[in-house]
Design a protein around this ligand. Structure first.
Ligand code: NAP
Length: 237
């Protein structure tokens, strides 16, 4: 399989790349930093891309995927959290950055790939429970993930030849949780205390564990109506 992954330098993206490479697939990845892991195969290519720079994102995608005719799967995984705080304290400027990376950059990547004439079988965008739960303090991240779900639904409507899904991966112990779990208690972000309690338990696996769970559910994901939002926690094991 040819698999294209955004946000390959850490967390879920890096573990996805390692998992696909270990089963003999070819991986194309982008992020600002290169991956830190020693991957189990040399069958991968990398482009250093800042997705907040849309022209750079287009050029980097074109360079990375030049000569590729078919992608079996695109993981729109790259994302930023931003600072957790009340809407009233979050500036439009900071939320705009979150929105640029978590939403518009995915439009740039998809439009670039399709304009290159690449045949794409499946697209999975890494969404979040934050897209729908409206927890206090998640400001631009929640808004961006809700918009990402709709972006995926809209592309699904215009591209029936490609299967699309926005997937909430559940809680995963990555750099995002390092930030969240270091926050002091505050009434402006009550859900943070639940995440701190989940860390180190089965409810918050590391990225490798989360990726094995996600990959085990891929046969179910491809059977969902294209454009669906799915939460991995709602699939039975
Ligand atoms: N961890 C969780 O509990 C959780 C829960 C729900 C959803 N998610 C979603 O899962 C996805 C992966 O997150 P993670 O938990 O694995 O966090 P992570 O370890 O922080 O990984 C985020 C990835 O996105 C890339 N990225 C961020 N900004 C970028 C930019 N401007 N340009 C290019 N790449 C950029 C990062 O690479 P560089 O910094 O090198 O650019 C990194 O590879 C995100 O979409 C996140 O919203 C995570």
């Amino acid at each position: 399989m040819n698999v294209f992954i955004t946000g390959i330098s850490s967390g879920l993206g890096q573990s996805l790349a390692a998992a696909y490479l270990s089963q003999g697939d070819t991986v194309f990845g982008l992020s600002r930093r290169p991956p830190t892991m020693d991957f189990p195969s040399e069958d991968w290519s990398f482009a250093a891309v800042d997705l907040a720079d849309f022209e750079g994102a287009k050029a980097g995608t074109q360079e990375l995927l030049g000569g590729v005719n078919q992608l079996d799967l695109i993981w729109l995984n790259a994302g930023v959290l931003g600072e957790l705080k009340d809407m009233a304290d979050a500036t439009i400027k900071e939320m705009q950055h979150t929105f640029d990376v978590n939403v518009w950059a995915n439009k740039v990547v998809l439009d670039t790939v399709f304009a290159m004439g690449i045949d794409v079988k499946q697209v999975v965008a890494m969404s979040s429970g934050a897209a729908v739960n409206g927890n206090r303090g998640w400001n631009g991240y929640s808004i961006a993930k809700a918009a990402l779900n709709m972006l995926i639904q809209l592309y699904a409507a215009e591209r029936p030849g490609t299967h699309f899904c926005a997937l909430a991966p559940g809680l995963v112990d990555t750099a995002m949780q390092d930030y969240i779990c270091a926050l002091p208690p505050s009434e402006s972000r009550p859900s943070v205390e639940k995440l701190k309690a989940a860390r180190g338990t089965e409810y918050m696996p590391g990225p490798d564990g989360a990726v094995s769970r996600i990959l085990s559910h891929m046969p179910k994901i491809i059977k969902l109506p294209s454009g669906s939002f799915a939460d991995i926690r709602l699939f039975s094991e």
